[in-house]
Every structure is written in structure tokens, then in C-alpha cells.
Ligand binder design. Structure first.
Ligand SMILES: [Mg+2]
Length: 247
């Protein structure tokens, strides 16, 4: 089913997909949630200058949630106590403010939904047509909500997410644990399976897990970096694995 230059995914026993950036453009929802939360907070506290998109890339993108909050507040000379991860969303602590953002994220997701990448849906459809087992392997604790909002939850009997990883004390990506455990849950061998990732740490995780084929999806990380991390092939869109049936 793939174009001649790409390996045939149906020759493997299963395909394991990362979620954020592979199946759904979740970064946009995160950006929206950060903006909403900080605009509210800045206006409430009279913080200047106002929050801009630049702040997202300078202080929040790629950071752990609480580290991002601390960095952004620091950029405005605002210091608040760190607090605890269990802080309520009303707490004026780094953790409380970070938890507020997570609330807004869930609200934005519910209100606006999220459309999966069309190319990824095309591949999922093609794999479903040949009964290929598929699963989701995500570090996110919001994976279930994102999958439901995207309307693709029912396609995955196995969803290995941040909630399960924390419960079972699995080391996060780039350690191989989450991918290997998901393969075990699917009763497939990693070396007979495909892993699909867009992040360097995710590709490293799948490569360390000994997956037979590691597919990098280049959403900005860069082809060279993804290959260096262990990707066997790199595509810009997952539809590249689907060839049109001749008309
Ligand atoms: Mg990702």
C-alpha cells in the first residue's frame, strides 16, 4: 500500500503511534490555552508588558508545565512560591497557575475540539482496512481527552498514556519503557512492529525499544535530527504511506 520508496507498513504485525504531533496538532491547543490563561492572569494582576505569542516560544514551548510558568513570570519580574503539584487552580503558586493552564486546555479542547491530521486519518483508515493492530503511545496525561475530542478514540484498543506510565512507574521517553510496554499489551514483538513519532525523544525511545521500523514524522524537528535519533525513514505526512488505488 505504500509508495515504492517507503517500506510497506502492512508487512509488520502492528503500528504504534505517538499522539501529539503525529495524530493531532495538539500544540495549537496548548498555545491557545497558555494565551488564554496568561492574558487573564496578566490583566488581573496588572502585569506588563502583555502576553504575546513570542512568550510561548521563548518561555513555554518544550518545557515542563511548571518550569514554563516560572520562566514566563520571571521574565516579567514576578516571583511567586513554587507550591505543590496538588495545589488547587485557585492557588497563586507556580503549580497552581500551571494547573490553571491544564484546566483551560481541557476547556478549549471541549469547546473547539481538535481535528486530527487528515494524512494520519488516511493511514489509519488504510491500516484498519487490512485489520492491522494499532495503538497510541503518548506521554500526555490528556491523551484520552485529546483522542475523544479528535473523534478517533474508538480506533485504539490500547492507549498507553501519561496516566498509565505514572501509575506503573514507567520511565518516560526517551527511555524505551512506554513503547515496549504498549507492544506487550498488544501481544506483539517490538522487532515485528512499527513505531511512529515526531519528537526526538520519542524516536529515541522507539529505537531503544528495538522496533523493527521507526518512522519519524517531521513536524519541525528536522529530518536529519530524526534520523540521527534512530528513525529508519522520515516523512512529512503519514499519507505518504498510502497510495491511491488506480482509478
Ligand atoms: Mg509527539
Amino acid at each position: 500500500m505504500s509508495s515504492p520508496a517507503l517500506p510497506d507498513l502492512t508487512a509488520y504485525d502492528a503500528v504504534l503511534f505517538d499522539l501529539d504531533g503525529v495524530l493531532t496538532p495538539t500544540a495549537e491547543v496548548h498555545m491557545h490555552a497558555w494565551r488564554t490563561m496568561f492574558e487573564e492572569l496578566f490583566s488581573h494582576w496588572g502585569i506588563e508588558p502583555p502576553y504575546t505569542e513570542r512568550d510561548y516560544f521563548d518561555h513555554l514551548d518544550g518545557k515542563k508545565r511548571y518550569d514554563g510558568v516560572a520562566a514566563l513570570l520571571h521574565s516579567r519580574d514576578v516571583e511567586v512560591p513554587w507550591g505543590e503539584p496538588s495545589d488547587p487552580t485557585s492557588a497563586d503558586t507556580v503549580c497552581g497557575i500551571g494547573n490553571r493552564k491544564n484546566d483551560v486546555f481541557a476547556r478549549v479542547l471541549r469547546a473547539e475540539g481538535i481535528a486530527p491530521y487528515p494524512g494520519s486519518v488516511r493511514l489509519l483508515d488504510a491500516l484498519a482496512a487490512v485489520d492491522m493492530p494499532v495503538s497510541v503511545v503518548s506521554s500526555s496525561k490528556n491523551a484520552e481527552e485529546v483522542l475523544a475530542a479528535a473523534g478517533i478514540r474508538d480506533r485504539f484498543p490500547v492507549v498507553m498514556d501519561g496516566v498509565i506510565a505514572e501509575r506503573d512507574h514507567l520511565a518516560s521517553k526517551p527511555a524505551p519503557d512506554v513503547f515496549v510496554t504498549a507492544a506487550r499489551m498488544m501481544q506483539v514483538a517490538p522487532e515485528r512492529s512499527v513505531a511512529v513519532e515526531d519528537a526526538i525523544s520519542g524516536v529515541q525511545s522507539a529505537a531503544a525499544g528495538g522496533f523493527g521500523l521507526v518512522v519519524g514524522v517531521d513536524r519541525g524537528a528536522g529530518e536529519e535530527a530524526l534520523r540521527a535519533a534512530g528513525a529508519h525513514v522520515v516523512v512529512a505526512d503519514l499519507a505518504e504511506f498510502v497510495t491511491e488505488a488506480p482509478a
